[in-house]
Design a protein around this ligand. Structure first.
Ligand code: ZN
Length: 352
């Protein structure tokens, strides 16, 4: 079995939302959601980016939103910004949940803080967790918190989840839509990029709009990375990357992780899981054409997305690799996509 290292999951969010059930969710295999310790081990899940994501208070009816995403065109309004003083508590709790998972796993899962640690974990079968922050609401404009989070283990950050922050503007969820939806980074956002470069914290561009993406590209000295985004040429969603952006990522030595969300995979943009392998293969082929074989991996969005029913939860990873193999991808390419490209990217970004 080829181990799969993954660009994005929202397992921490499930623990944050149901703190009394963390043993059940993570250790006891409640069979809900996409990830649990036993299923990760069984599927050859080698680890990935574990996101600290702060949920917004519900804006309107969730069922309405779901219905809209099943029937494009749609353009969902973004939730209101979360101020620093309401973000810091939940962000600290979310980081605590990942530290708890590491301890509760009894050595099966380890938080990795360097490329050497990541390589060692993948070699010996320990699940490697990268502490990632999806939206920088819990970072103060003076950046002191960034240094504190780095000391805890933070090695990757997105300046925004889609809702605006002090640092920039994200893409609203819209189909069909260009990712060019508004202004880019703020002045504080530019300082955040420079400070992340200094600390060697990876910057994730997945939820930034096109102007913000270009701002990071202009300032950052690190490879450009979109941990969980797809090809706009196949699915014209605001969350997907144009061919121009894919070229910039390739030229920077960066990386794209394929998002398993059907809303960003299906050419018709419908949030419905019955789509077979075809949309997955079309995105993979296009991303390979644009990026070359050293700059593509997976970014599942497990526990944060509706996945194709051919994939389902984490135990569907071997079926995904099988489908790519039948499609003509050879063993060397599959190993690059499954984990080697992420390992090389993180070494380029972090150093040792
Ligand atoms: Zn996301």
């Amino acid at each position: 079995m080829i181990p799969v290292f993954d660009g994005h999951n929202d397992l921490i969010l499930r623990l944050l939302e149901e703190p009394g059930r963390r043993e059940t969710i993570f250790l006891d295999d409640d069979a809900e959601g996409h990830l649990s310790l036993n299923r990760m081990k069984a599927a050859g899940f080698a680890g990935g980016f574990f996101a600290v994501y702060l949920p917004s208070p519900p804006a309107g009816d969730d069922e309405d939103r779901q219905r809209m995403m099943q029937h494009p065109p749609y353009a969902l309004p973004l939730p209101a910004p979360i101020p620093f003083d309401r973000a810091i508590g939940p962000a600290m709790a979310a980081m605590g949940h990942l530290l708890w998972m590491e301890r509760a796993s009894g050595g099966a899962l380890k938080i990795v803080r360097s490329a050497d640690e990541l390589d060692r974990c993948i070699a010996d079968g320990t699940i490697a967790a990268i502490l990632h922050m999806e939206g920088a609401e819990a970072v103060d404009e003076g950046m002191e918190m960034l240094h504190l989070f780095h000391a805890i283990g933070l090695r990757s950050i997105g300046p925004v989840w889609s809702r605006p922050t002090a640092f920039g503007h994200g893409v609203p969820f819209a189909y069909p839509s260009s990712p060019d939806t508004g202004p880019g980074l703020t002045e504080a956002g530019m300082r955040l990029v420079r400070e992340c470069n200094r600390l060697k914290i990876m910057l994730d561009l997945s939820h930034l709009n096109e102007a913000g993406f270009d701002d990071v590209a202009a300032i950052s000295d690190a490879p450009l990375v979109a941990t969980h985004s797809n090809a706009h040429a196949v699915t014209p969603s605001s969350r997907n990357l144009t061919d121009r952006q894919l070229g910039m990522i390739r030229d920077s030595g960066g990386m794209v992780g394929l998002n398993f969300s059907v809303a960003f995979l299906r050419p018709d943009g419908r949030r419905l899981p019955d789509c077979g392998w075809d949309p997955v293969l079309r995105h993979m082929d296009h991303l390979l054409d644009m990026l070359g074989e050293d700059h593509l991996g997976f970014g599942s969005d497990y526990d944060g997305a509706t996945t194709p029913e051919v994939i389902g939860d984490v135990t569907g990873l071997p079926a995904l690799l099988g489908a790519l193999e039948r499609h003509g991808y050879d063993r060397t390419l599959l190993e690059k996509i499954a984990h080697r490209n992420w390992q090389a990217l993180l070494r380029r970004t972090w150093g040792g």
